[in-house]
Design a protein around this ligand. Sequence first.
Ligand SMILES: Nc1ncnc2c1ncn2[C@@H]1O[C@H](COP(=O)(O)OP(=O)(O)OP(=O)(O)O)[C@@H](O)[C@H]1O
Length: 284
Amino acid sequence: MLNATAPESTDPSDAPVAPLVLRGGSVVIEGRPIVRAVDFTVRTGEFVALMGANGSGKSTLVRALTGLRPLASGTLELFGTEVSKFSDWHRVGFVPQRPGAGSGVPANVWEVVSAGRLTHRKPFRPLSRTDRDLIDRAIEVVGLTDKARAAVSSLSGGQQQRVLIARALASQPDLLFLDEPTAGVDLPNQQVLADTLKVLQGRGVTIVLVAHELGPLEPLVDRAVVLRDGRVIHDGAPLSHEAVHTAHLDTGHAHHVDETPAPDHLPHVTSPFEAAATRDEEKN
Ligand SMILES: Nc1ncnc2c1ncn2[C@@H]1O[C@H](COP(=O)(O)OP(=O)(O)OP(=O)(O)O)[C@@H](O)[C@H]1O
């Protein structure tokens, strides 16, 4: 007699593709190794906090993971595709650290958030009804509907941060990076951020967030990865602010990395954002 129950698949190709796999990733800036041989995998739907002291390399790592900084060595795969061949950038959202969504341009909230739909539109086509609905909804999720036509420059720092988050939401990413979204943001705004990220987490979005302290975000975090001097010193349960600073390589959760210094001459990995990143640096 035939068994009607289908046998469970053992085919490894059935496993969901990890949104992010970095192997031996190093970043060198002006000859100085800033990120050193980091292995970092993020699974679908995970919420990972990237922690560590000032200057430990968190922002640099995030910029490498978003294709904004070339890797000096190592490999990066996004949704199973090597980064130089990856083209589904609309699946990746990034909320940068720097405040000031308006950045001197007299744009209103709705205009800035609408930029989140740019990667989805065909060139020179006006926004569709769907685009407009997604923009309105993103503004609603971050609680700024009543400010939709306000100049971004007229908003508080925390509200401006929410505008940047709404812009990322409007692009409906599957993988969202946020670089210190709570820095300099008051507690009510941090709570709005936590509520917003909870909505995204519920939708299955994978989230990688840089933070010094988790605050209201703590209950959402599945895993903390702590960097020190460009290396991973902890990869496991979320840590308190104090524990981040006292974490040692022998915590038990620690992920040991190769101590070999990055070589001087390294292969160059290009990305579609590299030109933009260079321009960005020149401005700094
Ligand atoms: N464009 C750059 N040019 C020169 N050095 C840089 C550049 N970007 C980063 N660095 C250096 O790399 C190191 C790591 O910086 P990074 O901003 O990645 O650290 P971080 O952990 O995010 O710090 P913070 O918490 O202060 O934001 C620092 O010593 C910084 O000075």
